[in-house]
Each structure stands twice: as structure tokens, then as C-alpha cells.
Design a protein around this ligand. Structure first.
Ligand code: B3K
Ligand code: ZN
Length: 845
């Protein structure tokens, strides 16, 4: 496999005018006929004519009607062509039923579907499969299956065939086709320019009762994009299809979004509040791509964050607008801290815009997506709301119909607002998490804040330059009143001092409000100051963060002294927050959540200590037990208060109440032998409460019965069954997690070729630090065994899950050696895919 560099970019030699495709569908022998009008690219020096193609059987090819014999290469074909516009025609044969990679055209439960991003179209026909080649597609599908779909608008159909036309030029990665025995949940939407759009969610008949929520979410997203960004939908139909076998969440194909069924189907009985929120966010995300991704796409895959970072930022804003920004910001910051900071601190660290890759599918990462979204958020903070809107208007105006770059994107901000973003651009190029150290002093009414920044070295980037960092600051007096409302400081130097005059007394600083930049504040203020902020900060994010940071320090101390009871200050703060009925229950539930085991391991590693995963687990568990005891006077009442009498709604208020109720249930279960959890399990009328009750019972070792009943109840629902697999591992005691996972792999329902099912076991195992990092290495061996087994069938999911070994550097030498041994065993596997090879190589470097 070959490394591809951003610096080597060359414009395409040939452009595509129009594409006509005919599909004669058959499981083992689908014929694909293509007719493509090419013309020389006037802006590029003439290049040899090359079309990508993989796993295709070429039947015939012609140019302007004359048969030709192209030279086939390992990755495509070359051919002599005229130095003028011409029409290329080809017929190829492919076997969708044998396609287990789930890329290109494949079959899932008897239906045909496609996944082309990033480079899957070349498995369908010969084509310049790169995003800067955009064409207008017409597609004819021939099949006996009742529902035949492709991009754009339906043109005509008859017995056994249908034709679609997409008027918007698009790159091949947005092509899609679906054929199956499906039914639709239908609705309509009227756009702001008064056009009626047909909306359909296509599913298999038994899933029809799980489409209503997704349809509502789609309509909320459509109206939000009109109102917030002035962007309306641009076709007569918008189709969503649910597919069971899918490597990721969903795909934004023009007019025909294809979804992992877990990311679109939802109802009260089978879905948790978290599922509802995820479904709404993913439907919105894919819909928002219609403008940020499809109308304006990426010049090359190095620019992936151009569409993904921006679209994640848009879906985060949407969720915040609908359900409250404070809680959403905390959730997003937790993803950054628990996952992105971890990626950035290890061997897989890479810039938001990488400058090289072997397999682009390995770069659909939390860095490109979530850190990419943080960069958009920082830009908005730097130029303000109006500046942001002006920059985005300019971006849509200037680049509609184009394949753009990060340079184009930043130029829109500069041109619309006059801001110089030369230094800001380093955020796209420099990997690693900046660490800020803050010092302050107060003299003669002047308060000075000294902030220094430093970014640690990452693979391939030993030296780092200072970044342009928006640091949101507020100053409070000792009653909690703001003496300085939130102000955006701009840190550009390696260190800088900011001063504030005419103050009556030394203020209390509230720094990095709203998580204004994806950085670590390495210096923590004194505990007393944080307790004050937990009680008084007017910024909800920092209020939560003060409590979080106190809890983390308390846990770290207990870990260092190997156990003990939490201090009274922590318990008092928690009691005050939990019982403050003026606070949103969802917020209180977040405060009740202890820092994760991974979070604590990262903190210890950052302090130069070697985390012991078992000890971390034990201490966290001790704290939970002590907390349950110390708060035993308020918990039953609080639990009762969180039980909802009104009919179920998957909204933020009820979701918050259930989240807080379930957090308290975990504490109650520490002392009542599982009585409350068993009662909740028996009486639950929704999955959020049923699953949490099962989790609480499993956690205290009393879940066997409930798990069996849960399986009986849900054995025919594949999405709920995934939860059943996952939670038995997540909630297993550390010494049992690996055996539980191994036992579950032998269960007759462990259909491991299905990516969701595979992840529900192997993903749950690697996300259970104390279980996975069992000292004898059994967790590592089990994961490696299964990755080796999956790789020949599905390299994409395998490569993604190898990242479960990402934490290796943090642990002791014995564990590191065991992990390396397993990684080498994977690396030495005969015929290992390029995808997995790249990941293992990076992890081992
Ligand atoms: N763009 C797709 C992801 C494609 C992943 C390819 N391996 C989904 C999304 O981000 O919206
Ligand atoms: Zn996306």
C-alpha cells in the first residue's frame, strides 16, 4: 500500500459532464453499464487517461461508439483517448452478494444498497473516483424488487425498472442505489421558497412503527437549516433508507441518505433517550450535509474536515437550540476530553487536516470530526455571530457547486470579516492538545492573568508553534456577581498577560467558559475557589467543570492512597447540587457522574504516573458506595421525584429526569440489594428505564434473571439485542468482563459478521478499561483473535476497532508488552488488509 500526500495534489486531467448508469441487478452477477461524457480539464495540463476500478470484471468498453481494449492495472485502467471531449462506455460485472466489505454495491438481508464514501464507487464501475470530479447522474435500475431508488428525482418507472435523475453535479462518493422489498413512512415538507418535498423513510415492514421519531427529526432539521443558515432543500424528494449491515452511522448521499438502522429507527419500547438523541443528531447531520458536503464538497480527502467538522458543528448547534446549550456543551466537551484528547495523546494523533494517509477510511476520526467542529466553533467565537453568518453566506455564495479546500474556507472568514487567520490556520495543521498554565495576581485594583500555552510533540511533529486560542473569561466577586461578564481573550503568544483595572477586590476568575477552546487547563485553582465556582459560577459549563475537577482530584488522591472515603467537601457539594430543584435534572445528572476510568487514567499518565486500571475501578466503586451511604437520607425521595407521571416523551426534560433517576438508582442499588432496580425493571414502559435497571442489577451481580428475561422479550429485535450483548460486558465486574465477552461470542445470536453486533461485544469489551486490561492479557488476546477473524471480511470495521488498543502507552511495561505482542500477531497475519495494516503500524511505531 502506498502513502498519499496532500502536497502531491494534482487537478484532474479530465472532467465529467454527465453520467448514465444502468444496473441489471442480480446477486452474483450484476451488470453495470456506464456512459460517461468526458472533456479535457482546461485548467490542467493534459494527463494520461486513468479510471479507478477495483474487483470489476470488464465485459466491454468503447470510446465514441468504437470498441477499445484498455490496459487494466491493479487499481483501474488506462486507455488512449482523443484530445477532445468524448463519450466513454463500459459494461462491467460485479457480485454484490459476495461483497462483505460493505463498500460499493452490496446486499444486506435481501436488499441491495451502496456505500461509496470515500472510495467505494470504483467497486461499482470504472470512474475517476475523486471528489473534485463532479458530474450530473442519470440512473436506470432493472430488478424485480418492488422499491428501486437512486439519487435525485424519480423520472419514470415501469414493471421491473425505474429511472432517476439528479440535476446537481456531484462527486461519485455521493452516488447511491437501493433496491428492496421496503415500505415507506411518508410525509411532506414545504420549503421556505414554497416547494413541496416528499419525505420517505424506507424500512422493512416490521420496522414501520419505528420511523415516526426520525421523520419528525428530519423536519425539525429542514426548518432549522432554513431559519439558521438560510439553506433550503433542493430536490422534489428526500429518501432515507434503513440498512442492517452498515460500517458506520449513516451516509449523506444526495437525496438518498442510507442509514445504519440503529441510527434511524426509534421508539419508546426499544430505544433509550440517548438513542433518540443520537437518531435526531445523525438525521440532522446527514441532512445538513446537503449544503455542507454535497452542494459544496471537498477538493480531496485531506479536506475531509471541511465538510465533517462544519457539519458536526451544525448538528451540535441544532441539538443545543432544541434541547438546551448548557447540557449539550458539557456532553460535547466530554467527547473531546474522553476520546479526542486520548487520540491526540497517543500514537494515532494526527492533525484535523492530515497531510498523508494510506487508507482514507482510517481518518474518519474523532479528531477530524469533533476537533474539526471545535475549530469552527472557535472561528465563530473569534469573529462573533454576525461575522460568522457573513462568512458562511459568502462561503455558500462563492463555492456552491465546487470542491473546496480549508484555504477557501478560511479566506471566506477573512474576506467577510477582515480578520487575519494566518495563525489560526495552524489549528488545522498541528496535532496534539495545547496545555494552558494560568497564573494570576492582584495589586492596587489591577488584576493580571498570565496565560502560557504549550503543545506537546506528536508523531511526526516534534516542534509546535503557538496557536491562536480564544479564552473566554468571566470575573466574579465573592457573592458570585459578575464584575466582568464573559469576555473573549485572544491568546496568540507562547505566553501573555491580560490586565483588568479598577477592581474593588481580588476577583475570582472563571476561565475557558463554555469550553471556548479544545485545550487542557493544566493549572487547577485552589479547591476552595473551585467549590465556590461549583456553587456560584454564572457560566453553566464552568459550574459543572468546577465540580468535575474537584471530583477528579478527589479520586486521584484516593487512587494514590489506594482507597478511602470521599471528603466531606465533595459530598456536601454533590448533595447541594442534587437537591437544587432550580437546576435542570439533566445538569444534575451530569454533576452526579464521576469522571470516567479512562479520564482518570489519562490524568495519571499526564502527571507521569502509571495508572492501574483495576485500582481505578475499585476506587471509583468505593466512592460510589460511600456516596450512596452518605446521601442515603435524600436518595429515595429524589428517586421518587424523578418518576414521571405524564405520557412518555423523548424530550430533554423527561430525558433529564430519567437520567437523574437512573443515576440515583445506581446509588440506591449499592444498599438495597437491587430492590429498586428490580421494581423498575419489572415496571418499565420504556427502554431507558428497562436497560438502566438491568444495568444496575448486573452491576451488583444480581442481573442473571433479568438478563434472561430481557433476552426472551427482545430476541427478535436485533437493535435491542445489541444492547443485551453490550450491557452484560459493560456492567461486568473487572475479573469477569473478558469471560463474559468470550461466552457471548459463543451465543447463537452472536452474528459477528454484522458490524453492529460485533461492536456490541468487542467494542464494549475495549471500552471497559478494568476488564479489558486484565493483567494476564486475556482481554487483548480475545480482541485480537476476533479482529484477525473479521479482517478478511470487513477490513473497515476491523481497522476502526484496532484503535481499542490506542491506550497502550499509558500502562505498565507488562501490559504494554502484552498489547504489543497482540498487535504484532495481528500485523503478522497472512493477507492482512491495508486498512488494518496501517492502523497496527501506527499503533506500534
Ligand atoms: N460521510 C459519512 C462517513 C463516511 C465514512 C466512510 N468510511 C457519514 C457522515 O459523516 O455523515
Ligand atoms: Zn458527516
Amino acid at each position: 500500500p502506498q502513502t498519499i500526500y496532500l502536497a502531491d495534489y494534482m487537478a484532474p486531467g479530465w472532467l465529467v459532464e454527465s453520467v448514465h448508469l444502468t444496473f441489471r441487478l442480480a446477486p452474483q452477477a450484476t451488470r453495470v453499464l456506464s456512459r460517461i461524457a468526458f472533456r479535457p480539464n482546461p485548467d490542467s495540463p493534459r494527463q494520461p487517461f486513468f479510471l479507478h476500478g477495483e474487483d470489476l470484471r470488464l465485459i466491454a468498453a468503447s470510446i465514441d461508439g468504437t470498441p477499445v481494449t484498455p490496459q487494466l492495472t491493479a487499481t483501474g485502467l488506462t486507455c488512449d483517448v482523443p484530445d477532445a471531449p468524448f463519450v466513454w462506455e463500459a459494461e462491467v460485472e460485479i457480485a454484490p452478494a459476495d461483497n462483505t466489505v460493505l463498500e460499493g454495491l452490496y446486499m444486506s438481508n435481501g436488499m441491495y444498497c451502496t456505500q461509496c464514501e470515500a472510495e467505494g464507487f470504483r467497486k461499482i464501475t470504472y470512474y475517476p473516483d475523486r471528489p473534485d470530479v463532479m458530474g450530473v447522474y442519470t440512473v436506470r435500475i432493472e430488478s424485480d424488487l418492488p422499491v428501486l431508488l437512486s439519487n435525485g428525482n424519480p423520472v419514470a418507472s415501469g414493471d421491473g425498472w425505474a429511472e432517476w435523475h439528479d440535476p446537481w453535479p456531484k462527486p461519485s462518493y455521493l452516488f447511491a442505489l437501493v433496491a428492496g422489498d421496503l415500505v415507506a413512512h411518508h410525509d411532506t415538507f414545504t420549503t421556505m421558497d414554497d416547494r413541496t418535498v416528499d419525505l420517505n423513510i424506507w424500512v422493512r415492514a416490521p420496522d414501520l412503527d419505528k420511523c415516526g421519531f426520525g421523520m419528525g427529526a428530519l423536519k425539525r432539521a429542514m426548518i432549522w437549516d432554513e431559519q439558521t443558515y438560510g439553506r433550503a432543500y433542493d430536490l422534489d424528494v428526500f429518501n432515507i433508507v434503513a440498512v442492517d449491515d452498515f460500517n458506520m452511522g449513516a451516509m449523506e448521499n444526495k437525496g438518498l441518505n442510507i442509514f445504519n438502522s440503529s441510527a434511524v429507527l426509534a421508539n419508546q419500547a426499544t430505544s433509550t433517550d440517548a438513542d433518540f438523541q443520537r437518531v435526531e443528531a445523525i438525521i440532522a447531520h446527514e441532512y445538513f450535509h446537503n449544503w455542507t458536503g454535497n452542494r459544496i464538497t471537498c477538493r480531496d480527502w485531506f479536506q475531509l474536515c471541511l465538510k465533517e467538522g462544519l457539519t458536526v458543528f451544525r448538528d451540535q448547534s441544532f441539538t443545543g437550540d432544541l434541547h438546551g446549550h448548557a447540557v449539550k456543551r458539557i456532553e460535547d466537551a466530554l467527547v473531546m476530553r474522553n476520546r479526542q484528547f486520548q487520540e491526540d495523546a497517543g500514537p494515532l494523533s494526527h492533525p484535523v487536516r492530515p497531510d498523508s494517509f494510506v487508507e482514507i477510511n482510517n481518518f474518519y476520526t474523532v479528531t477530524v470530526y469533533e476537533k474539526g467542529a471545535e475549530l469552527v466553533g472557535m472561528l465563530k467565537r473569534l469573529v462573533g455571530d454576525d461575522g460568522y453568518r457573513a462568512a458562511l453566506d459568502l462561503y455558500f455564495d462563492r463555492h456552491d457547486g465546487q470542491a473546496a479546500t480549508i484555504e477557501d474556507w478560511l479566506a471566506c472568514f477573512t474576506d467577510a470579516t477582515g480578520r487575519d487567520l494566518t495563525q489560526f490556520k495552524r489549528w488545522y495543521e498541528q496535532a496534539g492538545t495545547p496545555r494552558l498554565t494560568v497564573r494570576d495576581d492582584f495589586k492596587d485594583g489591577t488584576y493580571s492573568l498570565h496565560i502560557a500555552q504549550e503543545t506537546p510533540p506528536t508523531p511526526g511533529q516534534p516542534e509546535k508553534l503557538p496557536l491562536h486560542i480564544p479564552v473566554a473569561l468571566g470575573l466574579l466577586d465573592d457573592t458570585g456577581a459578575e464584575v466582568l461578564p464573559t469576555t473573549m481573550l485572544e491568546l496568540t503568544g507562547a505566553s501573555q498577560t491580560f490586565t483588568f483595572d479598577n477592581l474593588a477586590a481580588r476577583p475570582i476568575p472563571s476561565i475557558l467558559r463554555g469550553f471556548s477552546a479544545p485545550v487542557i487547563v493544566a493549572s487547577t485553582p485552589p479547591a476552595g475557589e473551585r467549590a465556590f465556582l461549583l456553587a456560584h459560577d454564572t457560566d453553566p459549563f464552568n459550574r459543572w467543570d468546577a465540580g468535575r475537577s474537584l471530583a477528579r482530584d478527589m479520586l486521584l488522591d484516593l487512587i494514590r492512597q489506594d482507597g478511602g472515603a470521599p471528603d466531606a467537601g465533595y459530598l456536601d457539594g454533590l448533595r447541594a447540587t442534587l437537591t437544587d430543584s432550580g437546576l435542570d435534572p439533566a445538569f444534575r445528572a451530569l454533576v452526579a457522574q464521576l469522571p470516567s476510568e479512562t479520564d482518570l487514567a489519562i490524568a495519571l499518565a499526564a502527571a507521569g504516573e502509571t495508572p492501574d486500571p483495576l485500582q481505578i475501578h475499585r476506587v471509583r466503586q468505593d466512592v460510589r458506595r460511600h456516596t450512596a451511604e452518605a446521601l442515603s437520607d435524600i436518595l429515595p425521595r429524589l428517586y421518587a421525584d424523578m418518576q414521571i407521571q405524564s405520557p412518555f416523551a423523548p424530550d430533554a426534560l423527561q430525558g433529564g429526569q430519567r437520567a437523574l433517576g437512573n443515576a440515583i438508582l445506581m446509588l440506591l442499588s449499592e444498599r438495597d440489594g437491587g430492590a429498586a432496580a428490580q421494581a423498575q425493571f419489572d415496571g418499565a414502559d420504556n427502554m431507558t428505564q428497562q436497560l438502566a435497571a438491568l444495568g444496575a442489577l448486573l452491576h451488583i451481580g444480581k442481573g442473571e434473571d433479568a438478563a434472561a428475561r430481557f433476552h426472551d422479550q427482545w430476541q427478535d429485535d436485533r437493535l435491542v439485542l445489541n444492547k443485551w450483548f453490550g450491557i452484560q460486558i459493560t456492567m461486568a465486574a473487572p475479573e469477569e468482563a473478558v469471560d463474559t465477552a468470550a461466552r457471548l461470542t459463543r451465543h447463537s445470536d452472536f452474528l459477528w459478521k454484522n458490524p453492529n453486533r460485533f461492536r456490541s461485544v468487542m467494542g464494549a469489551l475495549s471500552a471497559h478499561p478494568a476488564g479489558f486490561h486484565r493483567a494476564d492479557g486475556a482481554g487483548y488476546a480475545l480482541l485480537a483473535d476476533w479482529l484477525i477473524r473479521l479482517d478478511p471480511l470487513n477490513p473497515q470495521t476491523t481497522a476502526r476497532m484496532v484503535a481499542g488498543f490506542d491506550g497502550l502507552r499509558r500502562y505498565d511495561a507488562d501490559r504494554q508488552a502484552l498489547i504489543r505482542r497482540e498487535l504484532r500477531r495481528i500485523a503478522d497475519t497472512q493477507g492482512l488488509s491495508p486498512d488494518t495494516t496501517e492502523m497496527v503500524t501506527r499503533l506500534l511505531q
